[in-house]
Design a protein around this ligand. Sequence first.
Ligand code: PMP
Length: 289
Amino acid sequence: MKIYMSGKLVGEEQATVSVFDHGLLYGDGVFEGIRAYNGRVFKLEEHTDRLYRSAKAIDLKISMSKEEMNAAVVKTCLANGVLNGYIRLVVTRGVGTLGLNPETCKEPQVIIIAGGIQLYPQELYDKGLAVITVGTLRNHTEAINPRIKSLNYLNNILAKIEAMNAGCMECIMLNPQGFVAEASGDNVFVINGTTLRTPPSWCGALEGITRATVMDLAPHYGYTVKEEVLTRYDLYTADEVFLTGTAAEIISVVKMDRRAIGSGKPGPIAKRLEQVFREYAASTGTPIT
Ligand code: PMP
């Protein structure tokens, strides 16, 4: 496998990071997870825009233009023959001293890995996911704002550990006000009738690219989409609940806190959107040429 590291494609053995990189020492950096379908990178510009917004929010200046970054992503896919897969784009603060001071880091490190994708097993799409609400709250928006896709994912990892210890693959995280924020690695939607609702980003949700795609597509199929403050009440009483994310795409939630959601089976609207999303994703994107 060839890895892109600050301007060059190198072999896996040479693709190493310094122990003084603040990405490693402090989780000081930003990242993106991107998919390739049928020889095209899905929503590449949207991902790059979010990456640069995340970088700006942590006052990290990326020394490449967005166009150069997009070209580097395509080049890395090509070098690895990745036409369907998962791309991880990482920008760390770079090598500095052992102290916190980011000014000691002179050059951000850009890493691009294009590889395979680990999806949930098909069975989970057929049967739906069970989730629990975890005690770990999503970060306060004035701490590490959840809109920043930063390398510091410990908040989400602690939530994931709680979920796994309870026998669930995913969880629902609340914000410090008690409103629903998102899952540990996905956004959340509820459906009542033909209306879809998802929490606004200020409630502690990442502005997911899959979330935005669902919000764009759903009205074409007769559904209304609203960003609305949600509480657990809204999930417990929903007809359907589903999660969205680059890796998961769209997956139904059928149980929450050991209670059945709706019929306790994946609902028809989430299933339809799952199909609509897959067809759309297979037909659009930046060509890998
Ligand atoms: N929320 C969090 C915390 C995430 O890490 C992700 C990405 N895995 C998402 C939501 C979904 O975002 P996207 O659709 O852009 O992958």
